[in-house]
Design a binder for this molecule. Sequence first.
Ligand SMILES: [Fe+2]
Ligand SMILES: [Fe+2]
Length: 174
Amino acid sequence: MAAALSPDQNTQRQPGATLSWNDGFLLGFAPMDETHHAFVDCVAALQQCDEASLPETLAAFENHAVAHFEQEEQWMQDTSFPAAQCHADEHAAVLRSVREVAQMLRDGAACQVARELAEALAGWFPGHADYMDAALSHWMSKRTHGGMPVVLRRAMPGIATAASDSSLQAGTTR
Ligand SMILES: [Fe+2]
Ligand SMILES: [Fe+2]
């Protein structure tokens, strides 16, 4: 599996737990946040679906990921975002892994390979969102609104956030 899918970047989820959306994922650029919510749902489906539906669930994830990554890469291209290539390279590595696993399933591999991919995706996403997507979100928000996004996040028990002592936190992100 590609090195881009390191399972150790997730600080908010126990290994093996189903990925679920929480406000900690909000980056402040609404179109990206909506896509990321859909990404989380697609990964959760891949973690939880029955074995018979794994191939179609993986195909649905791939369709989502292609559109998701193309949209971000289009934003970067349209706005001359710096360091777009390393972001796009990480997307490409993920898609390579997804396609490798889909081929392995077609070749008769055990379903476990798709479950391992789902776990790797669940581990990969928070780190990617935190670093690469957050920078793009800020960039797009600045261009759209002329400033950094204001992100409202509900406090979540057991989940560390920048200012976890308030029931609703408002502030600029990173
Ligand atoms: Fe993204
Ligand atoms: Fe991205």
